[in-house]
Design a protein around this ligand. Sequence first.
Ligand code: ADP
Length: 598
Amino acid sequence: MQLITHPMDNYQAQSHELAEWLQSIQNAQTTDSLWNALSQTLQMVLGCKKTAVYLKNLTTATVTCPYANGLTDHMRDVFAETMRSYAAVNPDLVFSPVVVSDVHQIPDEQLIKRTLIEEMIDAYMLIFFTTFDSWGMVALLGDNATLFSPNEVNTGQAIVELAVANLKNQQMQQKLAAARVRELRRNEITQTLNQAFDLPTILQSICRIATELIYADGGVLGLVVDNQIMIFYPYNVPAKMNLRPAMRGRGVAWQIVESAQPVLLTDYGTHPQAQIKWVKNDIKAFLGVPIIGNDECLGAICLFDTSPERQFTREEMDLIESVGRQAGMAIQNSRMLAEVEQRASALANSLSRQEELDKLKNQFIHAVSHELRTPLGIIYGHAELLESGDLGELTLVQQNSVQIVLRRIRMLTDMVEDLTALMAAETQEFRRDFINPLQLVYSMLAEYRMQAEDLDLTLQAELAESLPWLHGDLTHLRRVFDNLFSNAFKYTPAGGSVTLRMFVEGEKIIIEVADTGEGIEAQHLPRIFERFYQVTDEQYRPRRKGTGLGLALVKEIVEAHRGEVYVESELGVGTTFRIELPGHVNPEGEGVTKGQLV
Ligand code: ADP
């Protein structure tokens, strides 16, 4: 039985069908199903059997045709050409639809006319739209029955808008998913960098992550070595591409390094520095960014793709540039770490060598000073005997010689004494007695008063009324004063003064020996307490006679008494040595006061 439909039934059926088609546009999950639904709906509503969709990328201006239904290849290309010929447009501006109801009206000079007539297309309409990254066009081709009335144009536009809303939605979802993947990959990079891998592993991982980040086919990370050569860390690069280190100036990667600028190519082969090998391996889309660390270009990350439709976008370029910066930091850090490690091990080596040398030196000094004491004593005794005349009268010349011998022996003996004291201070061979500090300085002042007068120096003392006791070795402490006084006398010209101050600060006894002498240049101050260190003139001669052991001995002795020694000096003004020693309470004696000694 045949069903006769009432016109109203027919209308209802049609609107029901339309609603279903519109819904299929809204619900399409992929772009393919979307274009399909759009084409079917337009066919149903406007009666056009032939539909094509074109997209023009806003960044690269490339035109693609993701969907075509019923068009010959030639026809499809003709409209692609039409799309291409439209200048790049402002994405906010969408053209009004182009409606050609009768192609015979098209001027003859327009090439499109012939093709349309040949393919028996009588009318067509172009509807434009924009998405996030493209400008789009839907071409609807009709036959002589198609009128494209204003109503139909409006309806067509509304249907396309519905499809574009879905398209944008899909793009949004993709962007969100891509952003999520990017975030994951970024975290992966940070993690890779934080794990203390060796540099090659880090670089290899960065290259892999960068490639995966933008779904490229493969990539290489080039690292500049010694300024002249670039070595490569590849990811997913066919073995036949045979990556060898590249000399400066050869290849796109070197161009990126030299210009420190990214390179984005739709067809790698068109670049003047393109490598034959790469072109032969069908490299098409290419994206290269510099690796920057500390304002220096350390290499490049180059990603590629071989599929003809694939284009890298500016957004992807920005992303990979940020990976380039991370890689730069990683390279810098790893180089710094390597340098620090190298220095640390060199330092450790030299320290242990230094320690070994110090030990040997001490052993040597110990042995020499002990071995010299006895023979020096004997030589001294005999020289004195000679000088006394007991062994027979000496001529004037002989007397002079003996004087020189005696003077030199005394110098040597002093040195051996200093060395022995130094060893004793170091090995803590010390007595621990309670010493009255005022008694000690009075006796020292008495000893040096005559010498001061001879040298025309004022020797003065500023002493606190009462002081705690010192605890230590009197002989060694006397040496401290001996050295400080003899230095002050040595380096202070006639007419100057030497002041000894002794006072209390907290629990410490402070002893200062200040002179108005020639002073010490600041550059020497940190070293004057070193053994054998002497301030020398331009010819590297010491300014006065000495061994360079005096202050080293002072420091050793003071430190062995748990004290500290400081120096302050100004060239041409004078020098002050300050000694801080712990004050003690003598369990048997009373406190020390000046009155007791006067
Ligand atoms: P030296 O036996 O040469 O005097 P020291 O260890 O006692 O050795 O002193 C080291 C150097 O410090 C000396 O060479 C000298 O140049 C400098 N120096 C020490 N005391 C004074 C001072 N009071 N004034 C100026 N220079 C001094």
